[in-house]
Ligand binder design. Structure first.
Ligand SMILES: [Cu+2]
Length: 491
């Protein structure tokens, strides 16, 4: 069977932002990009091979990296004024090993503050570690130092800005990169690929389109869904030669229910830690921030679409036409698997994987935490407030103060009509139960969807890394609007 060629000249109409698209907010980024939304984008790169971001590898226990944030990157095959690290979106892939020291000199060439979060890494939040309270002003540089513990799991993580109020704008603008911890078992694969999925909306001049108050309320979803900065790339493969795909949901608000036509996905890891055994699934659902490592075992020569199915996070039924809308994403094609060659059988999947043993420590504390949305004048965008336990984010306030060495059970309650993904920095959790009956993995993760008007129950070991950090909704528009709080783990 001969693979069908993919059209490189498929034109894509991007438009329909409409007159309601107001330049919300007053940030420099928005001021810079607020003009003529919509327009025609010729996506003539459709079918280009999946590009791999530059890889920066640690050597002799160290990786020293300089990352500069600036506008001006190639995205979807064209020159844009979107944002990148070292001139690229995504930024370079950082590869470290357990026990390494990673230093990052972050230089800010944006016209607004930024900083850096190493999403999922189990490293100290103190000083110049994974500290979300650090602010890097325009023109300034900050040196981060991350000491990767010797027992850190080998897996897939990512980095992105975390300056409160600008997180959604900057990730939607293009700032994200993969961060891999090497090690783990030898897997029967012939390729190991990063698939960092982001979404954004570009206008006809290659500028990131402004975002409406409604988009900020529901959580913005870009019209272009990119993999490693490319629009609908091709992923080459040979029959029976398995590949490891490290799929990272770097979208600002979009949930990705991922499916590969004609194939099942053998999930081997979630959020950077291995499952006990490959879980063979028809689809894998990733909230913003989640990662899944899967083994793909290519079938006979043909082309197969990798898609994200439709997903609805809920609906807001406001009064008088205000604040009413569905937080829904339509199905999109992410990439196409192009299989060429003679049919061949794939080697068997590994029977077991080095999953972490579940924590057996006794539960020493219980907390309830409520994600809430409410109507109120002057509160957030569209008159909607986004709170945790009735309060918006205050970096000065300690909201939770567990003691170092304890293990706690947290029940996250969602009183709102939208699902919100809960994310806790530094301290991964295992999910004990979901109100909607979603099966649990028994392994640690760092983002979990809290169903609309539902709850999740988590077990969180605070057994390493004293210090202050944050938990928040990973619909980053909600986080920027106040749906974030602090945790101070006291030594
Ligand atoms: Cu949310």
């Amino acid at each position: 069977m001969t693979p069908r060629p993919i059209s490189r000249r498929r034109a894509l109409i991007l438009g329909g932002l409409g007159a309601a698209c107001l330049a919300a907010g007053t940030t420099g980024l928005l001021a810079q990009t607020a003009s003529t939304p919509g327009g025609l984008l010729a996506a003539d790169t459709t079918g280009e091979d999946l590009p791999e971001p530059q890889v920066l590898d640690s050597r002799d226990g160290r990786l020293e990296v300089a990352l500069t944030t600036a506008a001006g990157v190639r995205l979807a095959g064209r020159d844009t004024s979107a944002l990148g690290y070292n001139g690229a979106s995504p930024g370079p892939t950082l590869r470290v090993r357990p026990g390494d020291e990673l230093t990052v000199r972050l230089t800010n060439r944006l016209d607004q503050p930024t900083n850096l979060h190493t999403h999922g890494l189990r490293v100290s939040p103190q000083a110049n570690g994974d500290n979300p309270f650090i602010r890097v002003d325009p023109g300034a540089s900050v040196d981060y130092l991350y000491r990767i513990p010797a027992d850190h799991p080998a897996g897939t993580f990512w980095y992105h800005p975390h300056h409160h109020g600008l997180v959604a704008d900057q990730i939607f603008g293009g700032l994200a990169g993969a961060l891999l911890v090497d090690g783990g078992p030898d897997l029967p694969v012939t390729a190991d690929r990063v698939l960092l999925v982001t979404d954004t909306t570009l206008d006809g001049d290659g500028r990131v389109a402004p975002v409406s108050p409604m988009d900020r309320m529901l959580g913005r979803q870009g019209e272009l869904v990119l993999v490693n900065g490319q629009y609908r790339p091709a992923i080459p493969a040979a029959p029976g030669q398995p590949q490891r795909w490290r799929i990272i949901n770097g979208c600002t608000s979009r949930v990705l229910p991922i499916r590969l036509a004609g194939h099942q996905l053998a999930q081997i890891a979630l959020d950077g830690t291995f499952l006990p055994a490959p879980a063979v699934r028809d689809r894998v659902v990733l909230a913003p921030g989640n990662r899944a490592d899967v083994i793909v075992r290519p079938g006979t020569a043909d082309r197969y679409e990798l898609t994200a199915e439709a997903y609805e996070r809920g609906r807001v039924a406001g009064t008088g036409g205000m604040n009413r809308g569905a937080a829904r994403s339509e199905p999109v094609t992410l990439a196409t698997l192009i299989v060429r060659g003679e049919s061949a059988a794939a080697p068997p999947l590994p029977a077991t994987l080095p999953a972490e043993a579940p924590s057996a420590d006794p539960m020493t504390g219980r907390r309830q935490i409520a994600f809430q949305m409410g109507m109120g004048m002057g509160m957030g965008d569209g008159g909607m407030s986004f709170t945790i336990d009735g309060r918006t984010y205050d970096p000065q306030r300690d909201d939770q103060t567990p003691a170092l060495g304890t293990t706690e059970e947290w029940t996250i309650i969602n009183t709102s009509p939208l699902a919100h993904p809960f994310h806790l920095h530094v301290w991964p959790f295992t999910v004990l139960a979901h109100s909607d009956g979603t099966p649990t993995t028994g392994t640690p993760q760092d983002v979990v969807i809290v169903p609309a008007r539902g709850w999740v129950r988590l077990r969180i070991p605070f057994t390493v890394h004293p210090g202050r950090s944050v938990y928040h909704c990973h619909i980053l528009d909600h986080e920027d609007n106040g749906m974030m709080a602090t945790v101070n783990v006291r030594a």
